[in-house]
Design a protein around this ligand. Sequence first.
Ligand SMILES: *Cc1c(COP(=O)(O)O)cnc(C)c1O
Length: 394
Amino acid sequence: MSHNREIDDLCPAPEFLPELATQPLSPPIYASAVYRCQSPQQADRLLSGTDVGYVYSRDGHPNADLLASKCCRLHAAARGCVTGSGMSSLALAALAGLSGGDHVVVSDQLYGKTLTFFTQELQRLGIDASTVDVTNLAATEEAFGPRTRLVVVETISNPLVRVCDLAALAEISHRQHARLLVDNTFASPAVCRPLEFGADLVMESLTKIMSGHSDVLLGFLGGTSESWDRVPTALSTWGLSAGPFDCWLALRGLGTMALRVERASQNALEAARFLLGRPEISAVHYPGLPAHPDHELAVRQFGAIFGSMMSFSLAGGQNAADQFIAAARRIPFCPSLGDISTTLSHPSSTSHRGFTEAKRRELGIQAGTIRLSVGIESPQAVMSALEEGLGGLQ
Ligand SMILES: *Cc1c(COP(=O)(O)O)cnc(C)c1O
């Protein structure tokens, strides 16, 4: 075979990497799966944790650490890590903290995949779950058993944006010797910081509001030092880590999160008030409205902003939903949330498709229920896009 200089020189010598006199303002993307060790002694110190540094990206890399430390600051979390998706952050919390024979108490209004994970997937590993309406504290306490180790709730539920009392749930969980894990995805740390209310673990689907641009799939798990013992080992061993490029994109998105959430929350409040006054609408769900069942709790827990998520029901049912979605051409029908653009979803055909109609009715989800993820457009643009949808109703 002929000598080929390009192939022979594939691996640059360490001195090839420039020692920079100035540092880049934007962090580089460290697209390397592995790091070059100086000696067996150094490798040993790095792998045993005596020295801090990188060896293999599944165990950690600079882009994941930059993103995790930013998320930790936003949540006032002592510890935190980034995973490949929101679901893998939830899986990490369970795999690190639970064993066969344990029991979990979970909200009956959790994100669909989360409910499947805790009630079906974990059951195959011998971990049982009870589902309960966590806005009912007495019923929640009754759901505990002697082996209950973990309680899983969402700060703001989907799609009826019910708010749960985090301080009370933390108190109940701790009295029963269990940890409280809060999925804060619908709120984001710009609206709520669950660890400050006593939660042990907080999880975010960074895919949604925190990244904000619908271009990555990532999760964050943060927590107190006491709840963290097995997490780093479980992260690497179950292979739940995130890639450098996604982390880099998410960090860029995070830079504008506070501004985005503030603007989107103002728009959402205005949209909720606008829809409330319309005869075509039979219900408007937004925690910022005084008539919302959890409004006072939301004021206590969130302060003055109530987030970008809301829902409403069209009096005309399924037909009206079809007509609204077809006519609201500037509001894309996307079963996700947290984008800079306003998007809508139709829970009975997407997130809650798997529920029986009776169960949906019990939860308050109708065929005419539309969920809105309000974006950062001007308020006029949001209202006129909604007006366009309502104009399509016959
Ligand atoms: C999207 C979502 C998840 C899952 O996150 P992925 O990043 O899609 O894996 C979990 N909880 C809630 C509330 C979500 O909206």
